[in-house]
Design a protein. Structure first.
Lengths: 279, 438
């Protein structure tokens, strides 16, 4: 809330058209840059917020002076944290031009202009040469990429030999997931095309990474789902006109989040950090 | 657990907060104190023996209390003020002029005090009570509360309209819905009269906070029902839960190791209304010691209820310790005014601050009114001689105003001997207050 607090929260973006184009990356990028969505999820937009980011960077042993690429950098909060707390030199890449602009303003305002840069780009075709980075961070977004294998191959390509990657993402047990949590809406809500831990691990290994750690953050996913449900209820109670531009009614959204909460408590849905190093 | 050793009486242990982990966790809500405009007494004997406010005190007064009499139309077994209906030892009844000069002392100390409460005894039976309340309003105090048992409100149909005319908020003792509860706490079944009092306020347009004395084994199981009743009644704008303090009409059998404290009440509310509340909806009030008082504001549309802290990151604004980005100062100030001992649901300043928070979080203007009607729930523990901690006392922001113009922190007044001292002085000066005219 600190940065979005004084900002008016408008309607959700009109992303039903984006959905129709089948461009999930553009849709996600637009969705997560929206102030209403940020009000629902919090500025960090992923379970555990800063604590999860910090832990992911600890697991890959990010050191001062190292070059970090933050893939799908969104609001820029994680890149700024990596620069401020770990002293690394950070490049954030995101699909959304607006998000990149705002993230850069945030970094500049934090006095990190020399340490943090944001650029517009595609995770499946990173605009960098081979071996340019010491580490890669990818939070809560791999699950939304249509071609995950290619995105991971790209991460490996831009890492130097021995470089490390930290991925934090939604994890699912496909067999335990209820029917309402599949489909296009679930996809942009990071659930529909998420993988089990073993799925991410296999992708990493196939791309030439050696997994070094896996940590569950399911309890934070439960907290985040609770927060979203509470705020959706608040929006409904206060009559905020959030249905405008949204493909679903607020009542249905509340039910969906409720289903997600139940799935988390049953272990069919969760959140995890995976750390791996480049062979 | 507070553990200490008295050179005369040996060791003593007392429960001060029923959840040790939360006790430590909420210390981050301790806002640095603000100085009052003036102090009334010098420090000579050391805290807590120089009250009034002395230079050792670290906080100004958010809420001033004036006890206008000692006479009452009830004889509650739990009365911390040791009031009653019979002839009283060292009883008194203040004159209108005395109350005016006490209000003036409060204004001198605070500049523009926002809240005052007239109490007793039973203030509604004082013959000049309406003039006293008017005198408080005349001094620009926005929230003028009458702390009453409601008997006069129930019996005298002219009383609630008279309060409405002055602009008084009623702080109504309301302990539950069963005769067993009423008998244990008030000594007499009163449910019907209480309900009539609330209805009369509703008809007259007087807003009401329910003040609930909660005692272990007596009415803990009724707290959820009281909240639900309050939220659904148009006159009621908030509920104040107060674990019964073992001061005053002190029961020698009370066990300091078995005392009900704030987290016990919060947990009882959450267990009885799980669809509405979680423990972390109750955010500590930062102006006093964060263990003294916790509060929440609930938004309700007749169907669903959402506590405000789930929509606004209140903790982020009221955390004075954890190193974070400086939050929006305007929102912080509004939240500090809401999470304060001077606040009562439905009062003008509270509605304004809720509106400010609602505006800052992007609610459309026509709907901010829903937020401005936020229902306030407070859980506030008071210290007794077993639990008295001078560290907390020094930051107390609720003061008893005495006829000689001192401001004495509430728990010191009731647990250190000030009440007895004031009664003795007043009964000598004013005569016995028993038999105040209606």
């Amino acid at each position: 809330m600190s940065s979005s607090g004084a900002q008016r929260i408008g309607a959700l973006p009109e992303f039903d058209e984006l959905l129709a184009t089948g461009d999930a990356k553009a849709c996600c990028s637009a969705l997560y840059a929206n102030p209403a969505v940020r009000w629902l999820l919090g500025d960090e937009l992923h379970p555990g917020g800063e604590a999860t980011t910090r832990r992911a960077l600890e697991l890959i042993g990010l050191a001062a002076g190292e070059g970090l690429l933050d893939v799908a950098s969104g609001t820029g909060a994680s890149a700024i944290l990596a620069a401020r707390e770990f002293g690394s030199i950070v490049t954030g890449i995101d699909y959304g031009t607006e998000a990149v602009g705002r993230a850069q303003s945030g970094a500049d305002a934090a006095g990190l202009r020399d340490q943090v840069a944001f650029v517009v780009g595609d995770a499946e075709a990173l605009p960098y040469g081979d071996g340019e980075f010491d580490a890669v961070l990818c939070e809560c977004s791999l699950c939304t990429f249509p071609d995950k294998a290619r995105a991971i191959a790209e991460m490996r390509r831009v890492l130097r030999p021995g470089g490390r990657v930290a991925i934090s993402d939604v994890v699912v047990d496909p067999e335990g997931l209820p029917a309402e949590l599949t489909g296009p809406l679930a996809t942009i809500a990071c659930v529909g095309s998420a993988l089990p831990v073993s799925g991410y691990r296999e992708l990493l290994v196939a791309a030439g990474f050696r997994p070094v750690a896996v940590e569950s953050r399911a309890e934070y996913a439960a907290e985040l789902a609770q927060r979203v449900e509470d705020r959706l209820r608040g929006a409904r109670l206060l009559g905020l006109d959030w249905a405008a531009g949204s493909p679903i009614e607020i009542g249905i959204a509340i039910e969906l989040v409720g289903a997600a909460r139940r799935a988390i408590s049953e272990g069919a849905l969760g959140y995890a950090i995976l750390a791996a190093s480049r062979r | 657990m507070l553990s200490r050793v008295c050179p005369e009486h040996g060791p003593l242990e007392a429960v001060v907060y029923g959840d040790a982990e939360r006790y430590l966790e909420i210390q981050r809500f301790n806002k640095p104190g603000q100085k009052p405009l003036r102090r009334q007494t010098p420090s000579s004997r050391g805290c807590p023996h120089d009250c009034g406010i002395c230079p050792e005190h670290t906080q100004h007064t958010c809420l001033g209390i004036i006890e206008v009499n000692t006479a009452c139309n009830l004889d509650c077994p739990i009365c911390f003020a040791d009031s009653g209906s019979g002839p009283q030892e060292h009883g008194f009844s203040l004159s209108l002029d005395q109350v005016k000069s006490m209000l003036d002392a409060f204004v001198r100390a605070e500049g523009e005090p926002e809240s005052v409460q007239l109490s007793g005894g039973e203030p509604s039976i004082h013959p000049d009570i309406l003039e006293m309340l008017r005198a408080a309003r005349d001094r620009g105090i926005q929230l003028v509360m009458l702390n009453t048992n409601g008997i006069r409100l129930a019996r005298d149909p002219r009383f609630a309209p008279a309060l409405a005319d002055i602009g008084v908020h009623v702080y109504l003792q309301f302990d539950g819905f069963t005769d067993a509860t009423q008998l244990a706490i008030r000594g007499r079944p009163l449910t019907e009269e209480k309900l009539r009092a609330v209805d009369r306020c509703g008809e007259a347009g007087v807003s009401v906070s329910l003040a609930v004395a909660v005692e272990r084994g007596v009415n803990e199981q009724e707290v959820g029902k009281i909240v639900r009743f309050g939220i659904e009644h148009p006159a009621v704008t908030g509920v104040f839960f107060q674990p019964v303090t073992h001061s005053g009409r002190f029961r020698p059998d009370s066990n300091p190791l078995d005392k009900l404290t704030n987290p016990d009440v919060i947990d009882a509310i959450c267990v009885q209304l799980p669809e509405w509340f979680r423990a972390d909806d109750f955010v500590p009030v930062p102006c006093c010691s964060p263990t003294c008082r916790s509060a929440t504001f609930a938004l309700y549309d007749g169907d669903d209820l959402v506590p405000l802290p789930r929509l606004v990151d209140v903790e982020q604004y009221l955390d004075y310790v954890t190193n974070r980005a400086v939050p929006d100062p305007e929102i912080r100030q509004a939240l500090e005014g809401l999470w304060s001992a001077k606040a009562a649901g439905g009062s003008g300043p509270v509605a304004e601050r809720l509106d400010c928070v609602a505006c800052a979080t992007g609610m459309p203007p026509e709907l901010r009114e829903v937020a401005a009607r936020g229902f306030m729930i407070v859980v506030q523990d008071f210290q007794d001689p077993y639990t008295l901690d001078v560290e907390k006392l020094r930051k107390c922001c609720v003061s008893e105003i005495t006829p000689d113009g001192r401001l004495i922190p509430f728990c010191a007044y009731n647990s250190v001997g000030y009440r007895e001292q004031v009664r003795l002085e007043m009964s000598r000066a004013n005569g016995n207050g028993y038999g105040a005219r209606r």
